[in-house]
Design a binder for this molecule. Structure first.
Ligand code: ITT
Length: 209
């Protein structure tokens, strides 16, 4: 039994494969359907972009598709990069370039959310929140099932850990005293925005069947 996740992001994909594998679902992605043209994500919100990706993919394939639009809201930057998180340092930017730009921007405005340094001496630059909007679209009915999840943390000026993807190395979890990239897949899934959104979506999917 397979489920199509409308993403090309391998970091997301690993987390979905892990979470959905528990339900005995094999996860297919846009890598499996190169015939689907690049999707233009021009929505103003995470939810709107998730719907665009799910609908484009579901309509193209004629089967239900699940999409994830996610990103980082940084308090000291007025909520940026938000829906632009993937292309913060430019279209097609690598995670490292986006992370470097984030530290540069926060340092240049002298951002600080705590006088307290972490044990390794790193500074706490700003409160931040990861957001994940999920949309499942069924082309047979034209309907969406949606859920959104968040997790709060702090952006540090030095990386912690080598796990996860994207902005994870800069995302510190004061409540755990660890960085997001220091967590195992299980630990990240238990507290992350994506895990939160998935836990909200799954009961809605069950109800639908
Ligand atoms: P798809 O649209 O193909 O799914 P994408 O990488 O373009 O892939 P988004 O437009 O949703 O996806 O952008 C999400 C960006 O937000 C992503 O590139 C990361 O930099 C960041 N992000 C999202 N979830 C994250 C997570 O769990 N950990 C770290 N960074 C995350």
């Amino acid at each position: 039994d397979a489920i199509v996740v409308a993403t090309k992001n391998n970091g997301k994909l690993k987390e979905f494969a892990h979470a959905l594998g528990k339900l005995d679902k094999r996860v297919l992605s846009l890598h499996d359907f190169p015939e689907i043209p690049d999707i233009v994500e021009d929505g103003d919100t995470f939810a709107a972009n998730a719907r665009i990706k799910a609908k484009t993919t579901g309509d193209a394939l004629g089967v239900p598709a699940l999409a994830d639009d996610s990103g980082l809201r940084v308090e000291a930057l007025g909520g940026e990069p938000g829906v632009y998180s993937a292309r913060y340092a430019g279209e097609g930017a690598a995670d490292e370039e986006n992370n470097a730009k984030l530290i540069r921007e926060l340092t240049s405005i002298g951002a600080s959310c705590s006088e307290q340094r972490l044990d390794d001496g790193s500074r706490q630059l700003s409160k931040a929140q990861f957001v994940c909007a999920l949309a499942l679209y069924d082309p047979a009915t034209g309907e969406f099932v949606e859920a959104e999840g968040t997790v709060d943390g702090v952006i540090t000026d030095k990386p912690h850990g080598a796990g996860g993807f994207g902005y994870d190395p800069l995302f510190w979890l004061p409540q755990l005293g660890r960085g997001m990239a220091e967590l195992s897949k299980e630990e990240k899934g238990a507290i992350s925005h994506r895990g939160d959104a998935l836990r909200k979506l799954l009961p809605l999917l069950m109800k639908q069947q």
